[in-house]
Structure formats: structure tokens, C-alpha cells
Ligand binder design. Structure first.
Ligand SMILES: NC(=O)c1ccc[n+]([C@@H]2O[C@H](COP(=O)([O-])OP(=O)(O)OC[C@H]3O[C@@H](n4cnc5c(N)ncnc54)[C@H](OP(=O)(O)O)[C@@H]3O)[C@@H](O)[C@H]2O)c1
Length: 359
């Protein structure tokens, strides 16, 4: 008998949904998902909807896309739902599922500001799982942040206390897949960059401040400094590159900063299949990271695309400058949610202990 948790992917035909299918087709803890699409995709063969460059998983290629509502998903015995629904439409459905006792791991933005929903990057803020104790639903809802905030906060988490930043500035070069499908028209982006991604700069600042914040009896206390973002769309398929400048109050040595990054591996003991070891790779080359070369960083094979690559580190106090690259649809999308679910499973199995003192 298959003892893995029965799962479903909502929005399975979209970019994030397809990555979910890839990651869940042969997962040790979660059973291959029921593929849920919008009504117009109902009955379609999943392999015929596939648009990623990576191959469609053979175990799911012949599956048909279905469109059950929350009640039917619960009746079918689904316990864990991965949501790749469009933001705006996702929130009501996700809350309904959690009320019925299903656990929801979502990419959509609707629940990211909810005081009972952890906005989780497992290596950066696992202590935010404490918020789950405030929930009013039987099932949990756990959100992953905006794909740009994920790469930024994962790169900053190991060094932020050493630097005590007054402010953090980021300029981004964001991939096309971040816009979902059908995305940006080819004639608009070919031979071009577009210096506007609606609402992105606000999301990066708001969500990064929350992730870097501390959790206490009254909920999350945001990280107190300024986070200033400028976000640009470029003609790259996958992988968001970010140019980061930290204005520091403290003066650690460059060696201490590099050691923090290279030794950072807080999930090591948990053996989570989608956790990259290590999660932050520091590139020594003068021209890395690059989307084409570094988007799939991450080992073991089950964590491909889950590591972020940091490079061109320059420390001219008070300014720390570096680039960080992360796969927006894997680390910043489906893989982030799968890792969140693995962490929650492992935490619940331990009896949901309190995390150590907040950062
Ligand atoms: N792309 C990224 O890098 C990224 C990263 C982080 C977070 N996110 C978030 O993840 C979510 C999915 O993004 P995406 O890029 O995969 O978008 P997408 O390619 O547009 O996919 C969304 C999918 O959801 C389907 N859908 C719409 N309503 C549905 C319903 N009621 N039930 C089931 N399926 C439904 C859509 O089908 P139709 O096309 O037929 O309507 C579409 O296939 C969004 O909330 C996005 O903000 C995306």
C-alpha cells in the first residue's frame, strides 16, 4: 500500500503547476498529485498541455486534468494541496480547503499578509512556523513569498545579523517565466528590457521585511530597516538575477561574511528531499552567477534549482555588494512550496516543538 500523503496540484497546467508535477511525480513522502486545472482544461491529457523545457514526468503524462472543487477533493481523500492558482482567485479556495482539514502550500499572494500564515523560506525563517498555532482552520495554510523576495532573503539570512543593515537595496533582472503563461508578448521583450513589473517592488519590500522579521507573542515584527527595490523584466527564460547593496552598520571582515555563507546549512539534520545542501553557493568567478549557467544550482538531484548562487561579492564598508541568482519557478515557486511541506511534515512529526530564540 502507498503510505505517501495523497496530494493535489491546483493550477496544474500553469508554469508553477508543471514544476509541481515534476517534483511530485516520484516523491518519497507525497503521492503523485491529482492534477487540477481550470474548467477549460478539464479532460485534457496532461502531456498535451506541457510547456516546460524539462520532460513531462512519464507517470503523469497520460493523466487527465480534472476540476473538482474543495468538497470533492476532501471526499477523494486528498490531504495536502499545492496551489499554483492565480493570485486573487486562490485565497477563497485555499481557505475553504483548510477549513475542511486539508493542508495547503501556496504560491499565490492572497494569504501572504495573513497573521496566521507563515511566509516561509525554510532556511531563513523556520521559527515563523509558530504562527500556525494561531490558525482557526483544521488544515494549515503556508505561503511561499514572491520569487524575488525568496532569492533575496535566502542570500541575506546568513549575514544579516553580522551586518546590522541600515538599509537594503536591490535591482532585479527578472525572467519571463515569472510572469506566468502566456506571459509577456515576444514582440514586447525581444531586443528589450521592461522597467516595470506591476506591484513587484512593493511585494519585494513588504515580504522580505516580514521574512527577516522576528516572531513573538503578538505575531511578526518586521525587520526594521528600509528595503528598496527596482524590478525589471528581461528576455531570459528562467532565473531571476538580483544586484544587492547592503548599507551596513557593522564592519565584519569579508572572510567572516564568506564563511557565514559557505557554512550556512540549517536544514542539514532533517534530510528533507528538496532541501539543497548547501542552500547558498558562493561563486568565485568574476562573471557569475548567470541565469544560463546557474539556474539549476542545487544538490542532490532532487534539489536541482533549489540553491541560490551568490557572486561578485564586494565589501567596501559600509557597502556590501553582491549578485544573487535563483530559479524563480523552482526555488521561488513550486520547489519552495514542496520544501515548505517537507519542513512542516518533519516539524509536526517531532510534535511541533518551539523553535530556538528568534534571530
Ligand atoms: N511563475 C513564477 O515564477 C512564480 C513564482 C512564485 C509565485 N508564483 C505564483 O504562482 C501562481 C501560479 O503562477 P504561474 O506562473 O504558474 O501562472 P500561470 O502559468 O498563469 O498558471 C496558473 C494556472 O492556474 C489555472 N487556473 C486558473 N483558475 C483555476 C481554478 N479555479 N482551478 C484550477 N486551475 C485554475 C490557469 O488555467 P487557465 O490558464 O486555463 O486559466 C493556469 O493554468 C500565481 O499565483 C503566481 O503569482 C509564480
Amino acid at each position: 500500500m502507498d503510505e505517501r500523503t495523497p496530494t493535489a496540484v491546483l493550477g496544474a497546467a500553469g508554469i508553477i503547476g508543471q514544476h509541481f508535477a515534476r517534483l511530485l511525480a516520484d516523491h518519497p513522502h507525497f503521492a503523485p498529485p491529482l492534477l487540477v486545472g481550470a474548467p477549460r482544461s478539464r479532460g485534457a491529457r496532461f502531456g498535451d498541455l506541457w510547456t516546460l523545457a524539462e520532460p513531462v514526468p512519464s507517470a503523469l503524462a497520460d493523466e487527465r486534468v480534472r476540476s473538482p472543487g474543495p468538497a470533492e477533493l476532501a471526499r477523494r481523500g486528498v490531504r495536502l494541496v499545492f496551489s499554483a492558482l492565480p493570485s486573487g482567485r486562490a485565497g477563497v479556495i485555499e481557505t475553504d480547503l483548510a477549513r475542511r482539514g486539508l493542508d495547503v502550500f501556496t504560491n499565490a499572494s492572497d494569504h501572504r499578509g495573513d497573521p496566521a500564515v507563515p511566509l516561509l523560506v525554510p532556511e531563513a525563517n523556520p521559527q515563523h512556523l509558530e504562527l500556525l498555532r494561531r490558525r482557526r482552520t483544521r488544515g494549515v495554510v503556508v505561503a511561499n513569498p514572491n520569487c524575488t523576495a525568496t532569492g533575496l532573503t535566502l542570500a541575506l539570512a546568513p549575514v544579516v545579523d553580522l551586518l546590522a543593515p541600515a538599509s537594503i537595496h536591490v535591482a532585479t533582472y527578472q525572467a519571463l517565466s515569472g510572469a506566468g503563461s502566456p506571459g509577456v508578448p515576444s514582440l514586447a521583450i525581444t531586443d528589450n528590457v521592461i522597467p516595470l513589473i506591476p506591484d513587484e517592488e512593493e511585494k519585494v519590500a513588504r515580504e522580505s521585511g516580514r521574512i527577516l522579521g522576528t516572531v513573538g507573542p503578538k505575531g511578526i515584527r518586521r525587520w526594521p530597516g528600509d528595503i528598496v527595490a527596482q524590478c525589471v523584466r528581461v528576455g531570459v527564460r528562467d532565473g531571476h538575477l538580483e544586484a544587492v547593496t547592503v548599507v551596513a552598520r557593522r564592519r565584519p571582515t569579508l572572510r567572516a561574511l564568506l564563511r557565514r555563507w559557505t557554512e550556512f546549512d540549517p536544514l542539514r539534520e532533517r534530510a528533507l528531499p528538496t532541501a539543497p545542501a548547501p542552500p547558498v553557493l558562493v561563486r568565485p568567478e568574476s562573471d557569475r552567477p548567470q541565469p544560463l549557467l546557474d539556474r539549476w544550482a542545487g544538490a542532490p538531484a532532487s534539489a536541482r534549482g533549489m540553491a541560490v548562487s551568490v557572486g561578485r561579492v564586494r565589501w567596501d564598508p559600509p557597502y556590501l555588494r553582491f549578485f544573487v541568482l535563483s530559479h524563480n519557478a523552482v526555488r521561488g515557486g513550486a520547489g519552495g512550496s514542496v520544501l515548505n511541506a517537507e519542513l512542516v511534515r518533519s516539524w509536526l512529526a517531532e510534535g511541533s516543538p518551539r523553535w530556538g530564540p528568534p534571530r
